[in-house]
Design a protein around this ligand. Structure first.
Ligand code: NAP
Length: 339
């Protein structure tokens, strides 16, 4: 049994400056900023720090929390952390929370612990619910497109999960445009519409715009929830003066130090200058840029401290860019040179 001071949510949490956006053509609104638990919420982070960040997020008006079966490390640990916080602190607020989980990457050994089969998706969600101590999640996503499983099998599993009441909504993550179109149609025809596409979008990764996913979901009435808007920390001031101890690049945790090249740092410095001219930090400008896209419902942000989270939340106050700013950003990134 966890001991400690009982948490009471801030009474002013919905007047704390957060904005809320409607998710496509649906009844759901999400906080413009969602908290992602991919890294920094597993066993290598002290539980008290993870708990403080999650509760602070809620006090700042964040209602959307993004998880997956394999977030940690080790796999499953982030869901266990979330489960502990739910059990001890957030249980009275369950109806104010929009909690997601996903399956699609390797989770357990053998042929049924990966990709997109019905067997994997359904058993994985059951385990996720156990770890979080929940009867249902608000949205369950297929985590990545599986080229070997018939899309109908994956999509039917998502639909059946919703019909069984184990998830209130279903979504997909990292699906290419042609398959996304199939998914939208298949799910709509069965009255379990795809609520959200979850995918990467940032100043330095605009593939969803170029390939047409964002245009498509807008007209299809599907919401968009973007991840890695900060380029895992690259699009902030984190690496402007070297690689700090404990940072993601120092740990080599997906982002590796060799990616922080002098050329990249010099471009980031120019972006930092533009952000300051806008009256923002670089983390805020990077987040605002994703929020500025008309398809965007929410940006899932990762963080390792409350200070980082508070900084990023400030992005919601200025999501308008004038054409000169957009051109300056593209020039800083060298896009105008290649296009
Ligand atoms: N569907 C998918 O396949 C998928 C894939 C990736 C992510 N996601 C979701 O998206 C979430 C966010 O992804 P992400 O963590 O890669 O992206 P991110 O938000 O681009 O990067 C987060 C990292 O940036 C640094 N940071 C955050 N705020 C900062 C600030 N204000 N100033 C300076 N540095 C700051 C921190 O690095 P340090 O840790 O070094 O402090 C933090 O861990 C994940 O937690 C997950 O929920 C989904």
């Amino acid at each position: 049994m966890d001991q400690g001071i009982r948490y009471i949510a801030s009474p002013g949490r919905y007047e704390a400056g957060m904005t809320y956006r409607r998710c496509g053509r649906s009844g759901i609104q999400l906080s413009s900023i969602s908290l992602g638990l991919w890294q920094n919420f597993g066993d290598i982070t002290p539980y008290s720090r993870s708990r403080d960040i999650i509760l602070h997020a809620f006090d700042r008006g964040i209602v959307s929390f993004d998880l997956a079966n394999n977030y940690g490390p080790p796999y499953g640990a982030a869901e266990e952390t979330m489960g502990r916080v739910l059990r001890n602190d957030l249980r009275p607020y369950r109806d104010e929370l929009f909690i997601s989980t996903k399956a699609g990457f390797d989770m357990w050994p053998g042929p049924y612990g990966n990709w997109g089969s019905r067997k994997y998706l359904i058993s994985s969600l059951d385990r996720s619910l156990q770890r979080m101590g929940l009867e249902y999640v608000d949205i369950f996503y297929h985590h990545r497109f599986d080229p070997h499983t018939p899309v109908e099998e994956t999509l039917q599993a998502l639909i059946d999960i919703v019909r069984q009441g184990k998830a209130l909504y279903a979504g997909i993550s990292r699906w290419p445009l042609d398959q996304l179109k199939k998914a939208a149609l298949y799910m709509k025809d069965r009255d379990v519409p795809c609520l959200l596409l979850q995918d990467r979008l940032s100043l330095i990764d605009r593939h969803n715009i170029k390939e047409g996913q964002l245009d498509f979901i807008r007209q299809a009435g599907i919401g968009f929830i973007g991840f890695s808007a900060l380029g895992e920390g690259v699009l902030t001031d984190r690496y402007l003066n070297g690689i700090p101890e404990g940072s993601r690049a120092a740990r080599g945790s997906h982002l590796t130090a060799d990616k922080i090249t002098p050329e990249l740092v010099s471009r980031i410095r120019q972006l930092d200058k533009i952000a300051r001219q806008r009256g923002q930090t670089l983390a805020q400008m990077s987040t605002s840029w994703v929020l500025a896209h008309p398809a965007t419902t929410s940006v899932i942000t990762g963080c390792s401290s409350i200070g980082q989270l508070d900084d990023t939340i400030g992005a919601v106050h200025n999501t308008v860019f004038d054409p000169e700013e957009l051109q300056a950003i593209d020039r800083a990134l060298g896009y105008s040179e290649v296009s």
